[in-house]
Design a protein around this ligand. Structure first.
Ligand code: GCU
Length: 717
C-alpha cells in the first residue's frame, strides 16, 4: 500500500535520512519488470516518506556513480547483475554472478554514506522481487541493513542475498469463461466474462503486481475443470495473449488449464486417446498457436480422471502417458532453455466409491502415481494437494510426496478458504501449511521433510515448488475479506522460502503475519499485536469448533462446503468419511485392520507410528483409528467424546474473544473506519457461526453416542 509512516517515530525519522534521492534503472525497456521496479521505488518513497526521487531510466553506463568525485550517496542502482557488471563495474565492484539462482536478488547496502545502494536481480523478475522486498522493509520502518549479514566484494558494503528455493511459485485461479469462479469468494473473474476474455485488464495487471510483490512467477488463469473452448478459438487465444501482456511487466507468466477431451469435444476427432496421432497433432497445434502469441507461456495444468473429468484412463493409458502428451508438445514449441512446464494433478480419485470398511479415497493418489515414478518427462511436475483428501482443516501430509523420487513434485495449497470458512471466518493458514511442509517422510531412514522434497533438494530434482489455489476476484479486497489477504501474502513468502519452523525465523507464520500487519495497518504495536494474536489463534480455533482429533472439517460435503453438516460425511461416494455411528468414530486406516493407508508412508517408522493408537499424534487420532466414544486419549484422562465437546466449546470461546480484542482498537485511529467496521462485522459473524458449529456438532454426537457432556452443556434444552 505504501501507506505513510509516522515521521515522528524515531525509527522512521532515521530511515528518512537514508532513503534514496536518485534511482538509476539499468537498461530497462518500458515493459520490463525492471522498469516496474523503478516505478515502485518512486511510488514507495512518495507514499511512505513523502519524498520525491529522481529516476533515470535506461542507463547504460553508470561507472561515474562509482568514481571518487561523484555524489553516490542516496543513489540506488537497480538492474540485473549482468547489466551491472557490464555497465557499472570497475575493478573492485564486480558482482559474482554465481551468488544468485534465477529470480534471486541481492542488495548491497552501503555501510558508509559514500556508496550507492544496489538492488540487483539474477534476471529481470528477480530485480523486481528484490525491489519489492527492499521496499517492504522500508514500509515497515525497518532498516534493510538489519537483514544483511555477510560482507562480500567491497569492504564498505553489507550484502543481503535471497534466492527462491524453487522455480515453480505459481498460483491457480479456478475461473470459468462465464466469469464465475469455482470456490471463489471474492467476486467475479478478473479475466473472463460471457465466454471470453474481458477487454479491460487493468485489474488483472494490478493482480500481477500484487503477486510479484511476494515473488509469485506464474498464474494459471482458468479452472482445473477446464472449458475446452478456451484454447480453441482464435479470439480466446488472442485474449490469453492480452492477459499475458498485462502480466508481463511484472514478470508473472500465464499458464492454462486444459481439458483432456478437447480433441473430441471441440476438435472434431473421434477420440482423445493420448497415443493417437490425430490427438497428438491437435495438442501440437494448440501449443504452437499459444506460443506464437505468448512466447513466455509458463505451461499447462491438467486435471484428468477425477470428479468426472476426462483423462487417459478411458483408453487404458497411464497417467504418465497422459501427462507426457502435453509435456512433449510444450517441449516442441517452448524455448529450449526454458521449456514450458506441465503441472499434472495428483488429485485423482473416484467420487462414486462404495463405502466399505476397506475402501479409502485417501489411498488413491499413491496407488495411481507411485508405480509411475520415473515415467514422467522432465518438464512434468506432479502437483500434489497437501493432504490425501481435500484441503481439510487437518490432514497428515500426502504420502505421495515420499514416493515421487524420480518425478518432479509441487505442493498444492489452497489460499481460498473453501472448507475453512470461505473468507467469512478469519483462518490464517500458514500454521496449517507448516505442519505439512515440516512433515518428515523419513524416506530411506533419511530426513525427508516435504519442504525438501518440493524444492528438489531431497531427491535431486531440478523442477518443483508450490501451487496455490487463490481465486482472487473483482472484490475490493481481492479475496472477499481484508484479513484473508494475509494468506495470499504468506503463500508467496512461503513458496519463496518454506523454512520457518521456529517462531523467530523470518519465514515463520508469526513473523510473516507481523510483517503483513505492519504493511497493512502500520507499525503501532497495538494493531500489530492484535492482528498477530488473532491470526495465530484462528486456525486452532477453527479446528476446534469444526472437526477436532483429525475427524476432518465436518462441513457440508454435498453442496456448499460451508457450515456444519456432520451427517453429510458418510453414506455417499465422496469418500470424506468419518464412520461416526452409535458406538464410535474415526476411519480405521491401519494396515492390520483398516484401509491400509498408514502403510503408504515410505518411512517405516512413520507408518508404524500411525499404525498404533498409542503413538498416533492426538490431532490425527480419528484420521487413523476408529475408536469407541469412551476411548481415553492416549496419556490423558479425557474420553474422545468429552474432547469433542470440550474442543467445540473452547473453539467457540476463542472466536468470541476475537470480537472483544478487535473492539479494543475502536476509536484508536489505528485502523481506518471502513476496514475497522468490515473486520468487526466479519469477526462478529464468525463468533456467531462458531456457536452454530459448536452446537450442531456437539448435538450430533450427543444424539448419536447418547453420552452426555460431563459439564452439562450439550443437549436439547
Ligand atoms: C474440490 C473442490 C472442487 C475442485 C476440486 C479440485 O473437490 O470442491 O471444486 O474442482 O477440489 O481440486 O479439482
Amino acid at each position: 500500500r505504501y501507506a505513510p509512516l509516522n515521521a515522528s517515530d524515531p525509527a522512521v525519522a532515521s530511515l528518512i535520512t537514508q532513503i534514496p534521492q536518485r534511482v538509476i534503472v539499468l537498461n530497462a525497456t518500458s515493459t520490463s519488470p525492471i522498469f516496474a521496479a523503478g516505478q515502485e521505488l518512486f511510488k514507495a518513497c512518495q507514499g511512505v516518506f513523502n519524498r520525491t526521487v529522481d529516476i533515470v531510466y535506461a542507463v547504460d553506463n553508470c561507472s561515474s556513480v562509482f568514481t571518487a568525485n561523484s555524489t553516490p550517496a542516496k543513489t540506488i542502482v537497480i538492474g540485473t547483475v549482468t547489466a551491472f557488471n557490464h555497465f557499472c563495474s570497475n575493478s573492485s565492484n564486480t558482482i559474482n554472478t554465481s551468488l544468485l539462482v534465477p529470480d534471486g536478488y541481492l542488495w548491497q547496502l552501503p555501510a558508509s554514506a559514500s556508496s550507492p545502494t544496489l538492488v540487483l536481480g539474477q534476471n529481470e523478475p528477480g530485480t523486481l522481487y528484490g525491489t519489492f522486498a527492499y521496499l517492504a522493509e522500508l514500509a515497515q520502518g525497518n532498516n534493510p541493513i538489519r537483514t544483511a549479514s555477510n560482507i562480500t566484494t567491497a569492504t564498505d558494503y553489507k550484502t543481503h542475498i535471497s534466492n527462491p528455493v524453487a522455480p515453480v511459485r505459481w498460483v491457480n485461479q479456478w475461473d470459468n469463461l462465464d466469469g464465475s469462479i469455482e470456490r471463489g469468494y471474492g467476486g467475479h473473474s478478473l479475466f473472463f466474462s460471457g465466454g471470453r476474455v474481458v477487454s479491460d485488464l487493468h485489474r488483472a495487471a494490478a493482480y500481477a503486481r500484487l503477486l510479484a510483490s511476494v515473488g509469485i512467477n506464474a498464474v494459471v488463469v482458468n479452472n482445473v475443470n477446464a472449458d475446452a473452448a478456451l484454447v480453441h478459438t482464435p479470439a480466446n487465444i488472442e485474449g490469453l495473449g492480452r492477459i499475458a501482456d498485462a502480466f508481463r511487466p511484472y514478470g508473472v507468466r500465464v499458464g492454462v488449464s486444459l481439458n483432456f477431451a478437447a480433441p473430441q469435444s471441440v476438435g472434431g476427432l473421434k477420440t482423445y486417446d493420448p497415443l493417437d496421432a490425430g490427438v497428438i497433432s491437435f495438442w501440437d497445434s494448440v501449443t504452437a498457436q499459444l506460443y506464437s502469441r505468448i512466447p513466455d507461456l509458463a505451461g499447462f495444468l491438467v486435471k484428468g480422471d477425477s470428479e468426472g473429468q476426462p483423462g487417459p484412463k478411458k483408453y487404458n493409458r497411464s497417467l504418465a502417458q497422459g501427462a507426457n502428451l502435453f509435456a512433449k508438445a510444450l517441449r516442441k514449441y517452448s524455448p529450449a532453455d526454458r521449456p514450458g512446464v506441465l503441472m499434472y494433478r495428483a488429485f485423482v480419485y473416484d467420487q462414486l466409491q462404495e463405502s466399505n470398511w476397506k475402501a479409502d479415497r485417501a489411498n488413491a493418489a499413491v496407488s495411481y502415481f507411485a508405480p509411475l515414478d520415473g515415467q514422467f518427462d522432465d518438464n512434468v511436475v506432479v502437483q500434489v494437494k497437501y493432504g490425501p483428501i481435500d484441503f481439510q482443516v487437518r490432514e497428515p501430509a500426502s504420502p505421495l510426496f515420499g514416493h515421487l523420487q524420480k518425478t518432479n513434485a509441487a505442493i498444492e495449497l489452497q489460499v481460498t478458504q473453501e472448507y475453512l470458512g470461505q473468507q467469512c471466518h478469519l483462518v490464517y493458514l500458514p500454521p496449517l501449511w507448516r505442519t505439512v511442509l515440516d512433515f518428515d517422510m523419513e524416506a530411506g531412514g533419511t530426513p525427508s521433510p516435504v519442504k525438501d522434497i518440493i524444492t528438489g533438494t531431497r531427491f535431486q530434482r531440478t523442477l518443483g515448488g508450490s501451487a496455490g489455489v487463490v481465486n482472487a476476484g473483482t472484490s475490493d479486497t481481492w479475496l472477499g475479506s481484508h484479513l484473508a489477504q494475509a494468506n495470499l501474502y504468506a503463500y508467496g513468502r512461503m513458496a519463496w522460502d518454506p523454512t520457518g519452523a521456529n517462531e523467530t525465523d523470518p519465514a515463520s507464520p508469526r513473523s510473516i503475519i507481523e510483517s503483513w500487519a505492519k504493511l497493512t495497518f502500520g507499525r503501532d504495536p497495538a494493531v500489530v499485536n492484535t492482528v498477530t494474536d488473532l491470526a495465530m489463534a484462528a486456525w486452532p480455533a477453527y479446528e476446534n469448533y469444526t472437526g477436532n482429533l483429525g475427524m476432518q472439517t465436518l462441513t457440508d460435503i454435498l453442496y456448499t462446503h460451508f457450515g456444519p453438516n456432520p451427517a453429510s460425511q458418510d453414506g455417499n461416494g465422496w469418500g470424506q468419511w468419518t464412520r461416526a455411528d452409535g458406538h464410535g468414530v474415526g476411519m480405521d486406516r491401519t494396515v492390520s485392520n483398516g484401509t491400509g493407508f498408514a502403510g503408504q508412508y515410505v518411512g517405516k517408522d512413520v507408518a508404524a507410528k500411525f499404525e498404533s493408537l498409542a503413538t498416533t499424534p492426538r490431532d490425527l487420532l480419528l484420521w487413523f483409528h476408529h475408536v469407541p466414544y469412551t476411548q481415553l486419549l492416549p496419556g490423558e484422562n479425557t474420553t474422545v467424546i468429552q474432547h469433542i465437546y470440550d474442543a467445540h466449546y473452547a473453539g467457540a470461546e476463542t472466536a468470541a474473544s476475537f470480537v472483544t480484542r478487535w473492539a479494543a482498537l475502536n476509536g484508536s485511529g489505528l485502523v481506518d473506519p471502513d476496514r475497522y467496521a468490515s473486520i468487526a462485522n466479519q469477526l462478529a459473524f464468525q463468533a456467531g457461526h462458531a456457536i452454530v458449529w459448536r452446537d450442531a456438532i456437539c448435538t450430533f454426537f450427543a444424539d448419536l453416542s447418547k453420552i452426555p457432556d460431563q459439564h452439562g452443556r450439550v443437549g436439547r434444552h
